[in-house]
Design a protein around this ligand. Structure first.
Ligand code: DX5
Ligand code: ZN
Length: 220
C-alpha cells in the first residue's frame, strides 16, 4: 500500500455566496483539509478573503484549515489568522524578508507552518528552514487565480523537494497547488507530493464535488 495522500479542496473555485455548503459537501466526500487562498492584491494580482471569513469557516467544519497566504509581509497577519482558527499557515519566501522568523512566529502561536515556492523560486530557499517546516507547497501555476494549466516543469522541483525532505528526515507534507486534476494528480504523487490542493477540479466539476473527490482518490 502506498502512503496516504491528502486531498485539500481549494474554496477559491467554490461559490463564495455559499461557502458553508461547499465545505460541508467536501467534508462529507472525505476531504482531508480545506485550502483557503488569501490574496492581497499586491503579492498577487487578485484579492480574496481575510481573517473574518476564516473565523466563519471555522464554525462550520472540523477539518484542518490550510491557509495559503499570498500576501506581502505575512508576519503582519499571522496572529489574526491563527485567532480566526487556521491550523496550517503557509507563507511565501518571496513575500517576506524574514522567512525564518515568521515560521517561528507561526509555531509560537501553536499551529503548523508551511513554505510555498512560486514557479521561478528554487528549492534552495528551503535550505536553512527545512527543520522548521511542516509543509512545503510547490506552486504548479503562478499564484493568483484558479483554473490555470499545470506547469509540467514543476515536476522536477517536486522531486527535488521530496529529496530535501527525505534527506533531512523531515516528515513534512509536500503539497502541490495549481492545475491539479485526474490527469496531473498521478504525476505529482509519483514525484513525491502527498498533499493535493485542487480548486476547479473539485468545485467546478460538472459531476459534482463528491464525484470529483472520489475520482481524484481513484487515481492516486
Ligand atoms: C492559486 C491558488 C490555488 C487555486 C488552485 O493561486 O493558490 O489554491 O485555488 O486552483 P486550481 O486547482 O483550479 O488550479
Ligand atoms: Zn493555494
Amino acid at each position: 500500500m502506498g502512503k496516504y495522500i491528502r486531498i485539500a479542496p481549494s474554496i477559491l473555485s467554490a461559490d463564495f455566496a455559499n461557502l458553508g455548503a461547499a465545505i460541508k459537501m467536501a467534508e462529507a466526500a472525505g476531504a482531508d483539509a480545506i485550502h483557503v487562498d488569501v490574496m492581497d492584491g499586491h503579492f498577487v494580482p487578485n484579492m480574496t478573503i481575510g481573517p473574518p471569513v476564516v473565523a466563519a469557516l471555522r464554525k462550520v467544519t472540523q477539518l484542518p484549515l490550510d491557509v495559503h497566504l499570498m500576501v506581502e509581509t505575512p508576519e503582519r497577519y499571522v496572529e489574526a489568522f491563527v485567532r480566526a482558527g487556521a491550523d496550517i499557515l503557509t507563507v511565501h519566501p518571496e513575500a517576506t524578508a524574514h522567512l525564518h522568523q515568521v515560521l517561528g512566529q507561526i509555531h509560537d502561536l501553536g499551529v503548523q507552518a508551511g513554505v510555498s515556492l512560486n514557479p521561478a523560486t528554487p528549492e534552495s530557499e528551503l535550505r536553512y528552514v527545512v527543520d522548521i517546516v511542516d509543509l512545503v507547497l510547490v506552486m504548479t501555476v503562478n499564484p493568483g487565480f484558479g483554473g490555470q494549466d499545470f506547469l509540467p516543469e514543476m515536476l522536477s522541483k517536486i522531486a527535488a523537494v521530496r529529496s530535501i525532505l527525505d534527506t533531512a528526515d523531515r516528515a513534512a507534507w509536500l503539497s502541490v497547488d495549481g492545475g491539479i486534476n485526474v490527469k496531473t494528480a498521478p504525476l505529482v504523487t509519483a514525484y513525491g507530493a502527498d498533499h493535493l490542493v485542487a480548486g476547479s477540479a473539485i468545485f467546478a466539476a460538472p459531476e459534482g464535488v463528491a464525484a470529483a473527490i472520489s475520482a481524484l482518490r481513484g487515481v492516486v
